[in-house]
Design a protein around this ligand. Structure first.
Ligand code: PGA
Length: 259
């Protein structure tokens, strides 16, 4: 049985001094953590603090990106092994802000992916179309091109895909459950055909406590990647609580159907 995964992407937010209160707030929320996996991706400078605060294993920690090699002349980059050294088990790669704000191309993202997997990091690999690509009807082709790099990954078990339509990120405009499900099904089909297995597929883009249950109730939605609404522990916890509920209702429905 796969467990749903809930990931928080803090982006370039928070002071180190806010980290402890966040972890305390998260613990107080008393979530059913045996039923899901939780990952928090803080700015790299907060990894040590967050890691030691979260040591009671309420959640795992992730880098928001990693360098394209094990070491070397890459000013401003952090090697995947360095993230591991600070306690990160995971790394986000190909996030839409990396692709569109910092213009990372497929070749660079591929190098980052190879380096991350060689270092033994688990990867949350982000894909998603822009609004104009969706309007042009090229969503599936765009996603499949972005997924192409995953063929580099032999250790498929360490991979998670996050579908994040660019037009839904930080805009308050969430994809409808049907739009999310359609794209997730495409991703599942592509991975099945090209990789011989289907990783967990997270939805991201304006996820809130009010929409997490409905998104998680979709057949191919295995988790959520949350930006803005993950910055407060209470709100991220509410997303997880409702999300687990949505997930469980789907699972029991599927069991009924399979009877
Ligand atoms: P958002 O960001 O939840 O603020 O839309 C999601 C993301 O960028 O991962």
């Amino acid at each position: 049985v796969i467990r749903p995964l809930f990931a928080a992407n803090w982006k370039m937010n928070k002071q180190v001094s806010e980290v402890r209160a966040y972890v305390q707030g998260f613990i107080q929320a008393a979530l059913p953590l045996e039923k899901c996996e939780v990952v928090v991706a803080p700015p790299s400078t907060h990894l040590t603090t967050l890691g030691s605060e979260a040591q009671n294993r309420v959640f795992q920690i992730a880098g928001q990106n990693c360098g394209p090699a094990a070491s070397g002349a890459f000013t401003g980059e952090i090697a995947p092994g360095m993230l591991k050294e600070l306690g990160a088990d995971w790394v986000l790669l190909g996030h839409s802000e990396r692709r569109h704000v910092f213009h990372e191309d497929e070749a660079l993202i591929g190098k980052r992916l190879s380096a991350a997997l060689s270092a033994g990091l688990k990867v949350i690999f982000c894909v998603g179309e822009t609004l104009s690509e969706r309007k042009q009807g090229t969503t599936r082709a765009v996603i499949e091109k972005q997924l192409g790099n995953l063929k580099l990954a032999q250790k498929g078990k360490d991979l998670v895909v996050a579908y994040e339509p660019v037009w839904a990120i930080g805009t308050g405009e969430v994809a409808t459950p049907e739009q999310a499900e359609e794209a997730h099904r495409w991703i599942a089909e592509w991975c099945g055909a090209e990789l011989g297995q289907t990783p967990r597929i997270l939805y991201g883009g304006s996820v809130k406590p009010e929409n997490s249950a409905e998104l998680m109730a979709q057949r191919h939605v295995d988790g959520l990647l949350v930006g803005g609404a993950s910055l407060e522990a209470e709100s991220f916890a509410a997303i997880i609580r409702h999300g687990v509920r949505g997930w469980e209702s789907k699972v029991s429905l599927m069991k009924e159907v399979l009877k």
